[in-house]
Structure formats: structure tokens, C-alpha cells
Design a protein around this ligand. Sequence first.
Ligand code: PPS
Length: 570
Amino acid sequence: MDHLIAPHGGVLCDLMAPENQVEQLKAASVDFPSVDLTPRQLCDLELLLNGGFSPLQGFLSRDAYQSVVEKMALPGGTLWPMPIMLAVSKAQAEALAGHKRIALREPEGTMLAVLEVEDIWEADFTREAEAVYGSLNEEHPGVAELLHHQPPVYVGGKVTGVEMPHHYDFKELRHTPLQLRSEFSRLGWRRVTAFQTRNPLHRAHKEMTVRASTQVGSHLLLQPVVGLTKPGDVDHFTRVRCYRAIGVHYPPALMKLSLLNLAMRMAGPREGLWHAIIRKNHGCTHFIVGRDHAGPGSDSKGNPFYGPYEAQDLLAKYQDEIEISMIPFQEMVYAVGRSQYLPIDEIGEGEEVLSISGTELRRRLREGLDIPDWFSYPEVVAELRKSYPPKENQGLTFFFTGLSGSGKSTVANVLLAKFMEIGGRPVTLLDGDIVRKNLSSELGFSREDRNLNILRIGFVANEITKNGGIAICAPIAPYTETRRQVRALISAHGAFFEIHMATPLEVCEGRDRKGLYAKARAGLIKEFTGISDPYETPENPEITIDTTDITPEEAAAEILLYLENRGYLA
Ligand code: PPS
């Protein structure tokens, strides 16, 4: 059973309970306190249970943690560079005190594993950040997670699996280390080069991976990460469709695609070592390491978090110990004169080369511009275009804000009619009064209720925008902070336009179509915006409109012109 041999001669761990013990554990668990796992902890648990993190037997105990942080090794001396930790809040830790076993659960409540508590302690996260990430810069996503988001108490101990975390997507592409090892042996693959990625692949990647595996006479495992990657990355659904699309361009029977449910930390060199150990556990003999492997790039001042070849240097030191051979690779560029991709160090002086950066690719997708065939395959580009449509097909939110009587509803209605005339995108109007009759009928006008009302509108608008529709919101939305929250939520998925209806209070009050200002002045309506409750003027709205002297049609025409000039209308 040589497929069970893990790095350093150890055995590939299988932490799942034998079938006859599962029912016993489930029955006993009624007395266990529970921890609902976070998305990162779920990823970690899966790789612990299936042996991807061999030789680990659970979340690190205090000694093991100390040793991993300071020496990159487990207490026995086995190389292990990354702390795999179960972090809980102080309140949770108090509830766990005195218990020997804990049920680890999915957020929906299903028990996945039992942890036998060895230690509960508060660690020095600053020291951990320095040692593991080599940085205290909070722009590093791993450092930010550790110093600002992770709860403060660690719980260490062995885990026994009851049920694997569930996945409903791309099931046929997910494999345990043992399944991959068996598959390689069934296929007769004796040498396997692994390629790790968190990005869509294009021609340069294909050329490089084929070159790397040819160089060592191996087959190839494309093993992209689909757990957690760097914030802002292309979502894994889109990426997996791209990987499938590029798969047909590989030589037949050279490559296998398999998804890895890893939660990356973006820890550069240490992460590179960790990736290599994980690939060794999955039965690979070689591992490709490129420029700035698993690094988060540079901070806002342009300083890189890691040197471009730090990960390669570290892995070069430890590859024999891990028993996996590193294939370092150079950046590939397209040599125009030779119509082929080549490593940058093979390019002659003065030779014309081409490449397209990630930022430039995103710009071309956003603007609906050409992405040339030398760069990618049309099938891959088509998949990316589905997820990143050009501006004219993107979802949009128009967020009108202003005093009662400032013209929000009327202009919003004209805009609604214009978008219906244009067609192409579904349009929804979330007018203040209408929302209050339906979605927020139980709310009043206290600060708290208004905020909840606006956040509800923001939630609905975000769902519409995410799915490519147009949401027109027209509440008063008097508070800056709530408007900021709504903008942040929606801008992540589509365009957000704040339209400040800046019609002055005197004009709004003069109109008083609903007679509300008169009532507010008479004290019959409390907390009335502009009279007895504040309206915080927007600081940077995309559009400002004062309807004192213009008609609703003119106001809507200004908005449409603004969109047309920026390419949002076909
Ligand atoms: S908020 O602050 O954004 O939640 O307000 P909104 O949901 O847009 O609701 C505003 C409409 O409710 C009527 N109304 C009041 N407005 C402001 N302050 C108080 N106290 C108040 N009481 C009732 C008013 O008709 C608003 O509609 P518009 O279309 O703005 O005139």
C-alpha cells in the first residue's frame, strides 16, 4: 500500500471514525458543547479529515502551535509550516471549559467531527503574524484576519470525523488524497507534477504547465484552490468553468483536473512549503512554484510583501525532506516573431514580446473590448464574459436620497419608464412609501428604524444588481453611515449611483403635496426629516439634482445622459 505513505515516511491520515463508531459518537454528542465552524475552519477540517494535512491529527495543541510558529515543525521535528487552529470567542471558550469533547458543526447544525480537548489558551497573535506572515502590515489579508477578525482563544486537540463537510458543486472534480493516489496508480501515472492556482488559466499557463511536466517526464495535476482565496479573486464557479474549457486544449491523457478545498492564507514562502506538503499527500512527485507563489502582491505603497523568489528559495531547502521536487518556473511571455510562448529568460535582446496583466484583462472585460487569441482561448474568454459582462449588461443600482418632496419618487418613476422603453434589463422600483407599505410596514421613523429600512432596501437592491437587473431606490435615507454601508454592499457586485435630490427645504415645504410639513410644523408628526430630524447631506454623490427649476423629464434625461457617457447603455 505505498499510496498510503505520506511525507517524511509517515502514514496518510484518515481521521474519519469507523462506521460502527459513528452512531455511538452521534448519540454521545448530546452532552457535548458545540462549535459552529467558520468557512475557513470548515476547509481546514476537511483537509484534516481526509489526510490532506497529514501528519496532523487535529487542530494544533499549544505545544505544537508554539513549535510550528517558531520552528516551522511539529514537536517531533516533522516539517509543518502553517498553524491549523480552531479559534473561538471568549464566551465560547468559557462554555467549553471542563468539557473533554466538543462537537464541531456546520453552520446549519450537522455534527461533522468530535474534538478531544487538549488545550484552551490565548495566543500572541502579533508574534504569530510576524513568524508566519513575516509582516504586521494589516493590508496583508492573512495578517488582517489574524489581528482583526479571528476570535482570541485557541482550542487544540485531535479530531475524529463523523461526516465530511458537504459540497453540492462540481462533485465529480473533488477527490480525497487517497482517491487521487488510487487514480494515479490505476492510470499508471508514476510521476505527477502538481500545479496550484487561484486564477483563471490562459495560454501562458497552459504552455508553462505542459513545459514543466515535459521537462521532468511526468503527468500533470491541475489542482486549483476552491476553498478560500484572496478577497476579490474570480469566484470559483467561474474559474472551474474556465478550467474545464482550457482542459480540452491539453494533450490527451496528460492532465487531470481536481479541486482542492483549501483555505489559503496568502503567506508566501511558508504557504509554498505547505502547498508542497499537501500535494505530496495527494500523491504528487513534483510541484510547480512560480514568481511570488501564494503572496498577496504589494501593499498600497507598492512594497511587495515577499521577494519574488522567496517561496522558491525556501522550498529548495526543504524539498528533499518533503520528498517532492520543485519545478521553479519563470514568467511566460508571448514572443511575437516566433508566435509562441517562452519563459522570459529565453527571450532574445530586442525581441518583441506581449503580455496582458490581470488588471488590463479586467478592464477589457468591463469595457467589452477584444481579448486576443494569442492571450487566451475563446471558450475561456466566453466563460469570463458570462461572469464579467460589459458595462451595458451589468446590474445597476440608482439610489435616490433627499428630503420629502424633493422629487425622488417622480424622477424615479420617469427613469423606470425610460428603462422599460429601452428594455434588456429587468427593472424594479423600491420607492420609500411603497417599501414602507410592504417590506417595512412595522417600522417607524426612529434612527434605528430608518437604518433598518434602508439596509433592507439595500439588501433587495443588491440581489437585483447581482443578477444583472436595475434597482431604483427612492427613500429619504437621511444618514451618511447607512448610505455608505449600502454603497459598499452593492458596489462589490455592480455599479452604484447615488443621486442626491438637492431641492432646498423651502421648496420642498412650499410644495407640501402630502401636507406632512404642515403637520410636522404643528408638532403632529415627530422626527420629521428636515424639520425635527436631521438630513445629512451626501458628500460625494455621483449625480446632484435640484428640481426647483427643472421638470422630472429633464432630471431623468440628465441621469440617462450620465449613463450613456459612461457606457452603461447599449
Ligand atoms: S427613511 O428615513 O429613508 O426611512 O424614510 P422613507 O422610508 O423614505 O419614508 C419616507 C416617507 O414617509 C413619510 N413620512 C416621513 N418622512 C420623514 N420623516 C417622518 N417622520 C415621516 N413620517 C412619514 C413621507 O411621506 C416620506 O415619503 P416621501 O416620498 O419622501 O415624501
